[in-house]
Design a protein around this ligand. Sequence first.
Ligand code: GLN
Length: 305
Amino acid sequence: MTLQRLLNEGTRKLERAGDREAALDARGLLLEAFRLDMVHFLMNRMESLEETRAVEEAAADYRQMIDKRCRRIPLQHILGTQDFMGFTFKVDRRVLIPRQDTETLVETVLEEQKDPAKKVLDLCTGSGCIAISLMAMGGYDHVTATDLSGEALKVAAANGEQILGAGHKIQWRQGDLFQALSGEERYLSDQGPREAGYDIIVSNPPYIPTETIRGLEPEVRDHEPVMALDGDLDGLRFYKSIAGEAGKWLRPGGSIYLEIGHDQARAVTDLLREGGFVNIRVIKDAPGKDRVVRGDVDKNHYIIK
Ligand code: GLN
């Protein structure tokens, strides 16, 4: 038996189960089971494996993980992690698995917002991948992240500790969008102190139209939290609320960055315009699809109100 033969065996099984990334997934599981890095795998894959107990156990582990993956359990749930922006995030059924598409959102904010004194608000944080990457890479001192799911926030806080260290300063708040915050944090609050409000709002809200969810791959449909996906009938529910309310929480000169589905640029642009935003722009992801809409608070917005 060789590692290459185990890899071929697993790949064939996964292909038969309808896994589109069969070869990649089998290799990921093999490396995990044998605790190997890519270099050692490539050097040793044709060598006959020793018949030791440790090797037998690793092969059994591997085959068990292949069987799980054949049942279309996401690779990330089997491994327990997903890399995002170069960091390793813990993931499980409680949170949406971070997508590479979402790196476009983080990269856009990092490019445009260089001042670490800016206050950041991340709505629908899930695993915490956006908030944590922004704090780690943008050096922002003040990051608040919200989610309706208290269970998701436990995962996010654990990721924060792991990646940023135990004393990290992200504030995790449970609640529905802005309701997770206290009224005094509003920029436009009557009583609020003038340091109230945020400079940057980011969000990757649920944006899949309810009917579309049934047709998604089983990995997503059956294993990821539906509340992290479901954007209501038209997929736009969260954008409507966020675009309508964000102006009350953003300071003059503040900006908003929203991840969108590839066909939602027009609708979300319109919602931001109606919400009083200017300098609205759509940014594409690496494969060339519309992925982020950004806008700035119109300073006159406050005078009109
Ligand atoms: N991009 C995710 C997907 O395609 C959806 C994420 C979301 O709804 N925010 O499954």
